[in-house]
Ligand binder design. Sequence first.
Ligand code: FEO
Length: 163
Amino acid sequence: MMIKPKIEKALNKQANGELNAFYSYLSMSAYFESLYMPGCAHWFKVQSNEEFNHAMKLNEYLIARGGKVVLTALEAPKTQWKSFLSIFEEAYEQELNVSAQINDLMDLARSEHDHATEIMLQWFVTEQVEEEDTANSNVERLKLIKNYTEGIVAFDRELGQRK
Ligand code: FEO
């Protein structure tokens, strides 16, 4: 069964959101490079790749269902932040927004009785639990570290281990 136009439109919007997240994390990564914090830069680069892959997953699904992928403009991401903590706080906010969008999509798939989309979206629901947890723990740990230089260096080193 071909995908309904309403769902097609909503999934394209979500894919654009994921690509905006990709772009925003890429900018955060570049910012950390400029601060000589290679671990955090690496972490955000990996995160931006994940968002890119989320968008691809949605696009592939759209194509498999006979839908059309419609790419739209991305917003220019921020390039300056007031503190390390504010970057991680923003990343957490971003994940909370994505979770809300995924939940809305799930509601739509349910109300439209689109079981295939519902099952596809389950992967995203599970993924968001992990994404929120990691983003929140980064924020909480940085709050504990405050301006303790050795703590920041260790945090950066640890984030640099991300696969
Ligand atoms: Fe694609 Fe981080 O949500």
